[in-house]
Design a protein around this ligand. Structure first.
Ligand code: ACO
Length: 277
């Protein structure tokens, strides 16, 4: 861990292009407190421009990914705050989970190592890819204590869970494990917890070998076009295609075509072009 990433509730480690970001309140099952939310905004802002981070992996310390919003510090202790102060506290959680992380300019992977409840669904959804431990336990537990999945959790659920699953789990509060999460498509893969980190590294390494400007454009476009009409989406994607041709520092398009059509050194259908040529 480097000194510029010294936080009380978040750990950041770098390894071969991957930034491992760990929610670090294991004694509270990584429940998201106002302090953690503020620190995560800063961490993500820094990682956006940190050359050591090509892929961001988000996980939790100990047996939990995150037990959701902190019932004591986020809810009870803010019950008597003035509305402006409560709005600020609640906005901070949205800023890191659903704005900065969702539009992080590099690929992101949620590594769900254990308990994941309520508000914890937001960062999982915000990440591009999710890998869970088979043993992880998920739950939309809001209904179990008489609230609704606000903080846009329900909105997150509508983008990553199937209609029937989202309604079933938010209405019953039932738990599901990592294996079931993968079957439902809420996460991409579930593997035994002991193999989870290697699986995540394998995916991250694959993405690190691809054109970064294209990856940034793809992940942003993927989310933005979901809310556009077909016509608007067509225009937006063509504009981004042209923009990328002009702004990609690696000039991947030209290299890829030359290496395939002229040099015949690779096949785009089977892997990435050589960036250093
Ligand atoms: N908010 C605040 N504190 C929490 C939270 C939370 N979400 N989750 C756990 N903790 C605290 C506990 O109060 C306890 O603190 P203490 O040691 O000071 O008493 C400590 O973390 C350990 O919790 P246990 O319940 O003892 O741990 P256990 O491993 O047995 O159970 C579990 C883990 C299942 C995650 C349980 O703690 C739990 O149900 N937590 C709440 C999950 C939840 O419903 N979250 C809210 C979702 S809704 C939303 O996010 C808006």
């Amino acid at each position: 861990m480097t000194t510029e990433y010294k936080y009380s509730t978040v750990l950041v480690d770098f390894e071969d292009g991957i930034a491992w970001v760990t929610l670090n309140r294991p004694e509270k099952r990584n429940a998201m407190s106002p302090t953690l939310n503020k620190e995560m905004i800063e961490v993500i802002e820094k990682l956006e421009v940190d050359e050591r981070c090509g892929v961001l992996v988000l996980t939790g310390a100990g047996d939990a990914f995150s037990a959701g919003m902190d019932l004591k510090e986020f809810f009870r202790e803010s019950d008597n705050l003035p509305p402006e102060a409560w709005a600020q506290i609640s906005r901070n959680s949205q800023i890191w989970q659903l704005q900065r992380l969702r539009y992080f300019p590099k690929p992101t992977i949620a590594m769900v190592n254990g308990w994941c409840f309520g508000g914890g669904f937001n960062p999982v959804t915000a990440c591009d890819i999710a890998v869970a431990a088979e043993e992880a336990i998920f739950g939309l537990s809001e209904v179990n204590w008489g609230i609704i999945p606000a903080g846009n959790v329900l909105k997150s659920v509508t983008t990553t869970m199937r209609h029937r699953d989202g309604l079933y789990y938010s209405l019953t509060g039932d738990n599901f494990n990592g294996t079931e999460a993968a079957k439902m498509g809420f996460v991409n893969f579930a593997v035994p917890r002991a193999e989870m980190r290697d699986k995540v590294k394998e995916i991250a390494t694959k993405m690190l070998g691809k054109n970064r400007a294209a990856a940034r454009a793809i992940k942003n476009a993927y989310r933005k076009i979901a809310e556009m009409s077909w016509d608007a989406s067509e225009d937006y994607l063509m504009a981004k295609l042209d923009q990328l041709r002009l702004t990609d520092p690696d000039k991947g398009r030209a290299k890829g075509m030359k290496q395939f059509l002229d040099d015949k050194t690779y096949r785009p259908g089977l892997g990435a072009y050589k960036a250093d040529k």
